[in-house]
Design a protein around this ligand. Structure first.
Ligand code: THU
Length: 170
């Protein structure tokens, strides 16, 4: 709708994002439930002595293979890496021709209760965006909260509608 304000016309635009909410893991399709439980297993290899916040990721590839990531912290704090990018870079280094179909993300800490889903940080979203674009198919992203709602989206644009991309930088 065109608007007039302070002597200038401008268009107000809106972007909608879509996600599904599930009350619990039993509401998910069997393959998605399995992937969430594999993400819980990945928490076991989290190296997070500084934040005490564990994040686990399981990614299903088109071949059926599942690969894992967990956050890896370091005493030089910025040297650590989020669980999502650990999984994604492992994929890029080892399975780049096997399309990523879905990823489940979960978190756990003994410090407080996690009652809502843990979403990937902006840097991880940007990395998901790059690989989604390269493989030309969206990734199902399932945020598995073990004590609250589960959220599922298809495609990283639902998290990051204005992601950075510039084809001519290739
Ligand atoms: N973390 C992740 O692994 N993924 C995210 O998307 C957000 C944060 C990690 C980084 C750090 O080890 C800990 O969680 C606390 O920020």
């Amino acid at each position: 709708m065109p608007l007039f304000f302070s002597g200038a016309f401008f268009m107000k635009k809106e972007i909608k994002v879509a996600y599904e909410e599930f009350a619990g893991i039993d509401e998910l399709a069997a393959t998605e439930k399995y992937l969430c439980l594999e993400a819980v297993k990945a928490l076991g290899n989290s190296h997070s002595p500084y934040s005490k916040f564990r994040v686990g990721v399981a990614m299903r590839l088109k071949s059926g293979k599942i690969i894992y990531g967990s956050n890896q912290e370091n005493v030089a704090y910025p040297s650590g890496l989020c669980a999502e990018r650990v999984a994604l870079f492992h994929w890029g280094a080892n399975h780049p021709d096997d399309t990523i179909v879905s990823m489940a993300i979960t978190a756990h800490t003994d410090e407080f209760e996690l009652l809502h889903p843990t979403a990937p940080c902006g840097s991880c979203l940007q990395v998901i965006a790059e690989y989604e674009k390269n493989q030309d198919s969206p990734i199902d992203i399932i945020l598995y909260c073990q004590k609250g709602p589960i959220w599922k989206t298809t495609g990283v644009h639902n998290f990051l509608p204005f992601l950075f991309f510039e084809d001519r930088l290739k």
